[in-house]
Design a protein around this ligand. Structure first.
Ligand code: ATP
Length: 236
C-alpha cells in the first residue's frame, strides 16, 4: 500500500470555455479524514468529480499510486466510492433494497454479514428497512446513502456535503457517524460548507475559493485561524 492514498496535482477543469478549477493540489494519507471547505460554487463538487474521473481534467490524480480506474466496477473494486450531494437513492425502493444494491459486487453470504453490521451501526435504518427510501427524513436519507456506500467496502469514501439541508442536531449526528467510520479503516474526503463541524472531525483541511486552494493545514490549526474564522467559520 502506498504512503499516500490520494494525490491530486495541479488539476484544472473547465466547463466549456470557463475554467473553474485553476490547478488544485491535495494529498491524503491512508486512514485520515480530509475536508475540503469553501463557499457555494467554489469548485468543491468539481474537485470530487475530477478525482472520480467524472469530468475531464488536466493534471494528475493518483489513488494508491496509480491512476483512478475508468470503469465504475473497477473503481468500486478498488475501494473508491462517491456519495454525491443529491444522495441519489432509489426513492421507490425500500431501505433494505437500496442497501443491498450497494453490495452488488459481493457474494450473497458476505453481503448478508455486511448488512447485519450496517443495521447495527444504523439502528434507525433497521427500524425502517421495509419502508420506501422516498418516505425517509433528510437525515435518514443521508444515513441510507452512507450505509449503501459502506456496502461496497470502500477504502476511500468521497462525501459531497453530507450535511446539506439538514437541521443542526442532525448535522452533528451525521458528522459523528462520519468521524466513527475512520475507526473502521475507511479514509474520507469530506466536502462541506459547514466548515466548523467538518474541521472538528477532520485531520487535515483545505479551503477552496474560486477554484483555487487558498489555505491548507491541520484541521485544528485551520479551525483556530482568525482570518478563516471571520470569513467562513463565523457565519456557518
Ligand atoms: P456547491 O456547494 O454549490 O456544490 P461547489 O463548491 O461544489 O458548490 P461546483 O459545483 O464545483 O462548486 O461549481 C464550481 C463552478 O462551476 C460554479 O461556478 C458552477 O456554477 C460551475 N459549474 C458546475 N457545474 C457546471 C456545469 N456542468 N456546467 C457549467 N458550469 C458548471
Amino acid at each position: 500500500m502506498s504512503e499516500t492514498l490520494l494525490e491530486v496535482r495541479d488539476v484544472h477543469v473547465s466547463y466549456g470555455k470557463a475554467e473553474v478549477l485553476h490547478g488544485v493540489s491535495l494529498s491524503m494519507k491512508p486512514g485520515s479524514i480530509v475536508t475540503v471547505i469553501g463557499a457555494n460554487g467554489a469548485g468543491k463538487t468539481t474537485m470530487l468529480n475530477a478525482i472520480m474521473g467524472l469530468v475531464p481534467y488536466t493534471g494528475t490524480v493518483e489513488y494508491d499510486g496509480k491512476p483512478v480506474p475508468r470503469s465504475i466496477e473497477a473503481r468500486v473494486a478498488a475501494g473508491l466510492c462517491l456519495v454525491p450531494e443529491r444522495r441519489e437513492l432509489f426513492s421507490s425502493m425500500t431501505v433494505e433494497d437500496n442497501i443491498r444494491l450497494g453490495g452488488f459486487l459481493r457474494a450473497a453470504s458476505e453481503r448478508e454479514a455486511m448488512e447485519h453490521d450496517i443495521y447495527q451501526r444504523f439502528p434507525r435504518l433497521a427500524e425502517r428497512r421495509k419502508q420506501l427510501a422516498g418516505t425517509l427524513s433528510g437525515g435518514e436519507r443521508q444515513m441510507l446513502a452512507l450505509a449503501r456506500a459502506l456496502m461496497s467496502k470502500p477504502r476511500l469514501l468521497l462525501l459531497d456535503e453530507p450535511s446539506l439541508g439538514l437541521a443542526p442536531k442532525i448535522v452533528a449526528d451525521i458528522l459523528a457517524i462520519v468521524g466513527e467510520l475512520r475507526n473502521t479503516g475507511v479514509s474520507i474526503l469530506l466536502v462541506e460548507q459547514n466548515a466548523r463541524a467538518a474541521l472538528e472531525i477532520a485531520d487535515e483541511g483545505y479551503l477552496v475559493e474560486v477554484g483555487e486552494i487558498r489555505k491548507s493545514g491541520k484541521a485544528a490549526d485551520l479551525a483556530n485561524d482568525p482570518a478563516l474564522m471571520e470569513g467562513y467559520l463565523g457565519r456557518m
